[in-house]
Design a protein around this ligand. Structure first.
Ligand SMILES: Nc1nc2c(ncn2[C@@H]2O[C@H](COP(=O)(O)OP(=O)(O)OP(=O)(O)O)[C@@H](O)[C@H]2O)c(=O)[nH]1
Ligand SMILES: [Mg+2]
Length: 422
């Protein structure tokens, strides 16, 4: 059972560096004091057990973090943007859509992955001052944030399983619950199996699984019993549906629980809620009144409902959600130690490739050269000088000479074509 969505994540752009000069009453122009821009926000995806589907992304395919703030006068640094956190259900696998590589498998509550890095802030003009250039009239732009397409895959596991005898009203209940779910336009829910339903309760959702009815001997494999019971194994909370129009609903209840116990695998330890169904039927209602004290004495939370008429079904959903959250809280305690954050590979700033492309143009390709080409205004003399100086310091001149590049030849750096000046 796969719930799947494709989204674009765009980290924030870095704030631009400022161009400014110190000003005092009798000094019309002092030294450069433009501050640096702040970093753009990262995009982070975090597993949150309060999410049960990927619906939230169906109408917002592009997720964009905020940009960093520009630097200011008087060396004031622009603020870094906060990262944007997207919340997905536990069990979501994040793929790079282009390469199909797994970026992260968020198996644990709270686990997170940085999926797009914010751009670096640009440097203010103060940082470009040196002995020969005391009043730089340029600053650096903030770098663009990382941008990529992701595929999120969620293997839907049911939170709540419906159990009971054949004909108890399990399928009718799931239908009633699913009717209450608001339609979300254009969401491809057709990929869901019919036995699973997303149930809305108090603004939150959980996933419920309908099961075929269990019969006596199911734990011994009678009537495909083993197969059905294995499905129940993967749910956290059971809703036990009782047909109150039957002669002895409490015997039915005991029989089913006996089968769950006999099968083992922790089925009988799962939290259970009892749904006393078919109270729209006069016999059913009468029997609820007759047996209510006995049922209460069993110690299970219960609700009287009419699955067919949709009566009491929302209250039952709310109760199921409460019990589900309690079960999850108990699990979360065990997992609350170190919550891993998955970080992308560190950028190796000093590294770059140099080669001649199919058009015969020499290319320099690496994080730092690309960054400089994108953030310094190469149409302007001073920042262009700065750019070449920085490249020469990285040994680019030697690499280009090796490729046969001479002064004045066109080269390509970070997607920008420039004339090489040694
Ligand atoms: N009067 C009344 N009939 C109901 C109610 N809920 C279910 N039924 C009827 O009971 C019969 C069985 O309902 P289902 O929902 O198919 O029962 P089930 O538990 O899914 O049965 P299996 O899939 O065979 O295990 C159907 O005829 C329903 O219309 C109810 O609240 N009141
Ligand atoms: Mg059914």
């Amino acid at each position: 059972m796969i719930d799947q969505v494709e989204i674009e994540v765009v980290a924030g752009k870095g704030g631009d560096g400022a161009v400014s000069f110190h000003r005092e009453k009798f000094t019309p122009r002092g030294g450069p004091d433009g501050g640096d821009g702040g970093r753009g926000g990262d995009v982070i995806i975090r597993a949150d057990r309060r999410r049960s589907t990927l619906d939230a992304f169906s109408d917002r395919r592009s997720q964009r973090a905020q940009d960093g703030i520009a630097g200011g006068v008087n060396q004031r640094k622009g603020a870094a943007a906060p990262s944007m956190e997207l919340r997905v259900p536990v069990g979501t696998v994040i793929y790079d859509l282009e390469t199909d590589e797994v970026i992260a498998d968020l198996t644990v509550e709270g686990m997170a992955a940085i999926v797009a890095r914010g751009g670096r802030g640009g440097r203010g003009n103060k940082r470009f001052a040196n002995s020969t250039r005391q009043a730089p009239r340029f600053a650096q732009r903030g770098a663009l944030g990382q941008k990529r397409w992701l595929r999120l895959d969620l293997k839907l596991l049911a939170d709540v399983g419906l159990v009971g005898l054949p004909n108890a009203g399990k399928s009718t209940l799931l239908t009633a619950w699913s009717r209450a779910r608001p339609k979300i336009a254009a969401y491809p829910f057709t990929t869901l199996d019919p036995e699973l339903g997303v149930v809305l309760a108090g603004g939150e959702t959980f996933v419920a699984a309908d099961m075929p009815g269990l019969i006596e001997g199911a734990s011994q494999g009678v009537g495909l019993g083993h197969e059905f019971l294995r499905h129940i194994e993967r749910t956290r909370v059971l809703v036990h549906v009782l047909d109150m129009t039957r002669e002895e609903p409490l015997e039915d209840f005991a029989m089913i629980n006996g089968e769950l116990h006999a099968f083992g695998h922790g089925l009988s330890e799962k939290p259970q809620i009892v749904a006393l169904n078919k109270i729209d039927d006069p016999d059913g209602r009468a029997r609820v009144e007759l047996l209510e004290r006995e049922i209460a004495a069993l110690g299970f939370p219960y609700r009287a409902i009419s699955a067919a008429a949709g009566e009491g079904t929302q209250a039952l959903a709310a109760l199921a959600l409460t019990v589900l959250r309690q079960a999850q809280d108990a699990e979360a305690v065990a997992e609350s130690e170190a919550i891993p954050i998955i970080e992308p590979d560190p950028v190796r700033r000093g590294r770059y490739d140099s080669y001649v492309d199919e058009d015969g143009v020499a290319v320099i390709d690496g994080p730092t050269p690309n960054w400089l080409a994108q953030t310094l205004d190469l149409h302007d003399r001073d920042p262009r000088e700065e750019f070449y100086t920085r490249l020469r310091r990285m040994g680019v001149a030697r690499a280009l000479r090796r490729l046969g590049v001479e002064d004045g030849d066109t080269i390509r750096v970070g997607g920008v074509e420039v004339r090489w000046q040694d």
